[in-house]
Design a protein around this ligand. Sequence first.
Ligand code: AMP
Ligand code: MG
Length: 492
Amino acid sequence: MSVASKPLFAFDNTYVRELPELAQPWQGAEVESPVILALGAQLAAELGLDPERLQSPEGAAVLSGSTAPEGAEPVAMAYAGHQFGGYSPVLGDGRALLLGEVIDRHGVRQDVHLKGSGKTPFARAGDGKAAIEPMLREFAISEAMHALGIRTARSLAVVATNEPVRRETLLPGAVLTRIAESHLRVGTFEFVAAQGDEALLRKLTDYAIARHHPEAAEAERPALDFYRRVVEAQADLVASWMLVGFVHGVMNTDNVAISGQTIDYGPCAFMDAYDLQTVFSSIDSGGRYAYGNQPMIAQWNLARLGEALLPLIGASRSAVEELEAVLHGFTVRYRETFTAGMGRKLGLKPGAPDLDLLVDDLLLLLQNQKPDFTQFFRGLSASLTGSDARVRAQFPEVDGFDRWAARWRETLAEQGVSHADAAEQMDRVNPVYIPRNHLVQEALDAATGGDLAPFAAMLKVLEEPFTERPGLEAWAAPQQDDPGTFRTFCGT
Ligand code: AMP
Ligand code: MG
């Protein structure tokens, strides 16, 4: 077989094969002149793909959804979901397609999924399309999250369709290729449970267990054990968001992945000044998905998963209690993971005495005085090896900080951690660079206007968030004279 005739992807499509009830075979809309705007060459290689071939006209046609590559079995996936608390019985991929699955270099099965590839039977009133700005935004933020060490769907490519998309104005269209360990959502389980088809629910659960939590298959009660593992994975995920100030923005149950990866980057953004009430999404007027609400909302979403799984656990009252006990475990697990993460952010070793108190008092201090969350931790580590001027300058009333910092230094001393070691550890987990909203927006505006250089430069900054480099000072700081009115739009 010549190289050119080798398939672009080595697809092996378990979802369509095993869950055809949840897969609507569909074709991407035709795109006449697709142009690749962004392509993750390293990710392509990790997926066993040839980046050069992806860059070719053949690759652009495939990544635009226009041509299905050999071995692909494109489907729109069915799911339901609670959106802002209200139940929608049928959502599904209205403008997305699962092309197929590949096994990556680490042996992990990955979905290759297109977003913006045209209307599907789930499109309802939508046009099935996506615009360049939100797709490049998802690309940049998901890749930034990955570099921060957070579990996330990745972005392989964004292709411009060179067709207008009608929103409030006409916008240039695009298609995103995202890669995820699966696109099974809490909403997938809700969809099946609502049909009352227990056999299908069991099949879906077995599939999810095999794909994400194979250990659960060995448990005495696989469905219950599966639930516990999903709950723990979500607790860990949301803790990792909270530790960097990430606000997802639209934590509907259809946007919660069973795999424990972050998916569906819409109106997400990173918080500058620490404030539990931080909301960026223009549609989240009630602040349901505010930064500080995220753990509680994740638990609420997991309660919906528990309800969906109930028929598999047993219909008795004790089954409900068993599910509730697992759900309560969320709080414990979240607290443990978050506090341990804060310990690392503070340069402490595991098991620091009274870490809970030290962390709680710090969070209260941050909430009251609202320093920049990212700069605070880097300033704090710098205070161990040099001057504390930078970190102190972040507090309008510095006495409170000084008192807290004295306790923190005592804890470091009690643990016998040298200042140099603590600072080094802190700088490994506290980013210098996060996607600063105004700079992300500048890069996206330029890209929409045809200048991709700022976007490419941004990717370079964000792919190495922990290493301070000269010339990138703007990325290490919040917007000067920030009016605090930054808003994100849902990107539909
Ligand atoms: P999202 O807000 O991206 O999580 O999407 C929520 C639901 O709306 C999903 O069912 C999407 O497939 C659907 N949707 C969003 N935008 C569009 C669009 N432009 N055309 C069709 N369906 C859409
Ligand atoms: Mg979604």
